[in-house]
Ligand binder design. Structure first.
Ligand code: ADP
Ligand code: MG
Length: 311
């Protein structure tokens, strides 16, 4: 990943953190944070209720980072179905449910296609040849043994859910898991008040501008945007969420989608799917799913929230 992009991610992490720390009372125990680089992004886990026992919190964070490292090597895109281990196969089953519910906008079998697009390269690009894209498009179905798995649209959410389980099993009641903008909260702040999470403005190149804040506890807040992992060629911007029908970046009226949900795997799949579906279909889907809310930032700069989206 290019260094400038790492800095951008770091900057966006810092936006979230400064907002969070701003509200902490001095009497609260010191939060304990660990930052690392996995899944091609900066990840950060902060325990807020360490009860001044820093070494216990450090140990829990060590364990969490070991879990992240293991998934980092096991969930690489481009695996044939025949080589998937049982956990990958189970996650794929969940992802296929989302393929069904999103009318195919979310497709976890795009590995032949995503391996052509070099979004994570340094530099990223170029745009693949059209005949290569058309060839790859022939193998994007789970029933085709030539298709390759790519769980990139749901994996970080799934892993965040596993990390939350680990934190809870260790007795942690207040924490924030941030996997490159994919945020999952454990409880609220130590004083019981909600966390304040900033949603970044997709059109601000610095990545520091917050377009909206939400006060929430214990939920997942996941954003997918056209500003992430993109490159420009001949004045056209190519971003990393592909339309499974065309093989090219989804060209919709949406610049970013934020999903609030209990589990982060659902939020992750839905943020990717809604970006590919556009706001009308995406909004209808989210309104049909109980307990899940969304905010769409449109190309026009306007933003639209589903009926139960928190303040
Ligand atoms: P990020 O990884 O930046 O958080 P997303 O969660 O939105 O972003 O997932 C984007 C990733 O999902 C891509 O890098 C690719 O691996 C995969 N992907 C791209 N298009 C689709 C799609 N239509 N359906 C499912 N997965 C996709
Ligand atoms: Mg996603």
């Amino acid at each position: 990943m290019p260094v400038f992009r790492k800095i951008l991610y770091l900057a966006s992490l810092m936006t979230v953190c400064s907002i969070l720390l701003g509200g902490c009372a001095l009497t609260n125990p010191e939060p304990v944070t660990r930052t690392s680089f996995y899944f091609d992004t900066i990840i950060e886990i902060t325990i807020y209720d360490s009860a001044n026992d820093r070494s216990a919190a450090d140990h829990i964070l060590d364990e969490c980072m070991k879990i992240a490292a293991a998934y980092d090597s096991s969930l690489k895109p481009g695996l044939p179905l025949s080589e998937a281990d049982s956990e990958t196969a189970k996650l794929l089953d969940t992802a296929l449910l989302w393929q069904d519910r999103t009318g195919g906008a979310f497709n976890p079998m795009l590995g032949t296609l995503t391996s052509l697009w070099n979004f994570n390269g340094d530099p990223p690009g170029p745009v693949p040849a059209m005949n290569q894209i058309n060839e790859a498009l022939k193998h994007t179905s789970v029933s085709d043994p030539e298709s390759l798995i790519d769980l990139g649209g749901i994996a970080k959410g799934y892993i965040a859910d596993r990390l939350k389980e680990k934190l809870i099993s260790e007795g942690v009641q207040s924490a924030l898991i941030n996997l490159g903008g994919n945020v999952l909260l454990v409880g609220g702040k130590p004083d019981g008040s909600p966390f304040r999470i900033g949603i970044r403005d997709p059109n601000d190149p610095s990545g520091n501008k917050v377009i909206q804040t939400v006060n929430v506890s214990d939920v997942s807040v996941v954003t997918s945007g056209v500003y992430e992992r993109c490159f420009e060629e001949n004045g056209v911007r190519y971003h990393h969420i592909l339309d499974p029908a065309t093989g090219y970046p989804a060209d919709t009226d949406v610049d970013s989608v934020t999903i609030i949900s209990d589990d982060s795997a659902s939020g992750d799949a839905l943020s990717t799917a809604c970006l590919a579906m556009g706001h009308e279909k995406g909004q209808a889907l989210i309104e049909s799913l109980p307990g899940i809310e969304a905010m769409f930032v449109l190309n026009s700069g306007a933003f639209i929230r589903t009926s139960g989206f928190p303040d």
